[in-house]
Structure formats: C-alpha cells, structure tokens
Write a protein that binds this ligand. Sequence first.
Ligand SMILES: NS(=O)(=O)N[C@@H](Cc1ccccc1)C(=O)O
Ligand SMILES: [Zn+2]
Length: 309
Amino acid sequence: DFPPGDEAYHTYDEMVAELDKTVADHPDIAAKVSAGKSFEGRDIPVLKVSDNVATDEDEPEVLFDCNQHAREHLTTEMCLHVAQRFTDNYADPAVKDSVDNREIWIIPSVNPDGSSFDVESGEYQGWRKNRQDQGTDTNRNWGHKWGCCGGSSDDPADETYRGTAAWSAPETAAMRDFIDSRVVGGTQQIKAAVDFHTYSELVLWPFGHTSDDVTEGMTQQEYDRFAKVGTEMAQTNGYTPQQSSDLYITDGDSLDWMWGQHKILAFTFEMYPSSSGGLDGFYPPGDVIERETARNDAAVDILLREAGA
Ligand SMILES: NS(=O)(=O)N[C@@H](Cc1ccccc1)C(=O)O
Ligand SMILES: [Zn+2]
C-alpha cells in the first residue's frame, strides 16, 4: 500500500474497484473492457465512456493512457479524474456534448505490475519499468523504429532497457493490440491521444527518435498542427510545449508508434512537479492530486475537440 499520508493514491485493486463503481453508477455511458494481461497476469482495464456505450458508433475516438512508468502514480489519478469528470458530470452540457459525440478510452494503469511493486512494501521503490526479468521500459518497447537511434538501452539493468524485441513486454503488446483493434473498415477510429507521465510539466509531441521536425512520416503541415495544438494545450495548464526529442532522443516510445503507425495525434503530458531534481518529484503528497489533475481539464477538452477536426 501507499505510505502513510499518501493514502489518497489508488492501489491497483482500488483503481479497478473505482472503474467498476463508475460502470455500476453510469451503465448507459460507461463500460469496462480489457486491453490484455501484464507480465504477472494482472488485467489491464480499459474504461469506455460514451453515450450508447455498448454500441460502436461512428464517432471520433480519443485515448487517455496512464502509468506506463510504475512510479508515476499521479498519472493513474489523472486517468481516474478524466473518468470521473466525464461520467459524474454528465449533466454539464459541455461534458455531455463530449460524451455524446466522442468515444473516450481511458487506461489508468498500463503497467500494473510495476506500479504494485513500487508501493506494496509500504516504502516507495523508485521503480520505473515493468516486472519482466530485470524490467523493460515499456516506453522504449513500442514497435516504430524500435532501438533505431540511441534513444534506449540494450542493457537489461538500465532504466531505459528496450526489451529483447519490439513488443517483448506483454504490456506494450496489449496496448498495440487494443489500438490496432480500433481500426474499423480500414480506418483508425482513435484520432487523438495523451500518454500521461510525470514529471516536468511538459506537453510533448513526436517524433522522439530524431531531432528533425520534418522527417519520414511527418510533413511540415503535420508538424505545425502538433505544435499549434500542443502550444494551445500548454497555454491552459502552464506546461512547456516541445517536440519530445528536444528533451532527449527516444526510440520505441508510444508517441512515435501512435503517430508513425496510426497517425493518431498523440501527445505526452509530463505532469507536476516542474522540477525537484530527484526521486521525490515522482511522489508528490496526496493533497496535490485534485489540483494537479483538474489542471489538465481544459487541455483534455482541446484534445477532444481536435479529435473531430
Ligand atoms: N516520464 S519520463 O520521465 O520517463 N519521461 C518520458 C519522456 C517521453 C515521453 C514520451 C515520448 C518520449 C519521451 C520518457 O519515457 O523518458
Ligand atoms: Zn514516464
């Protein structure tokens, strides 16, 4: 469990229970499905929020995924906040408009094994990766130009270990299968996505494998749209907008594949804090959860709008 004082954070079981409660409270607009299983066999739950939730309607879809990195527990709270906002507040006309005209997918924990390991002793382990062997960094294990560019490590002991092959981590393979399953009639229905991380307060867009703005799979016009929407979202939450490679080069990351493979307008939000210079930045006190998740409400609304553009 989370250490004393941080009980506000959801353990895996509490997160699952929260999703089940949301579905029970809002059966017309919320449903739970599975993306698959983690290395240790935990289900990776997906919440769908939309009107006529049991029907696949021809509406733009948006994906919010969280907790790829185990210790980044604030992101699980971010996904649960999105789930709660678009179900409990369905009476709000703006919220209702989004729910009625979009299909929203929410994955609060991509890496449930790592997340559980990080807290189960009652002392934070500072764990980042999944729990496969010495751990794979799922955000270096996706299949677009995997291991191409010095943006990951081939050393299993390293924090950015890319795995033995693209998709070698069950968790990234599950994400791939889920997103691939949203290709309907040859068209990817998911139009936009945010992969939430902590920390540094950044809005990031692809590509990570190169510093070039324009490259194979990214025209100037496409880049300009990422920069425009990224900047617009950053103006609402006070994060810094930039191409992810401006931070450092990464390969096998989620954004490169979501855009490279499916042309999903995919961003990463690095949430609060802006800096702390160490491990404690990953463990802000529970009393910041409400403020730091609601801080992204306007940006989430912008992304939902863009999905229909
Ligand atoms: N959350 S973090 O501290 O690990 N930073 C992320 C930054 C990141 C996120 C998405 C694409 C490229 C890079 C990482 O995977 O290194
Ligand atoms: Zn991360």
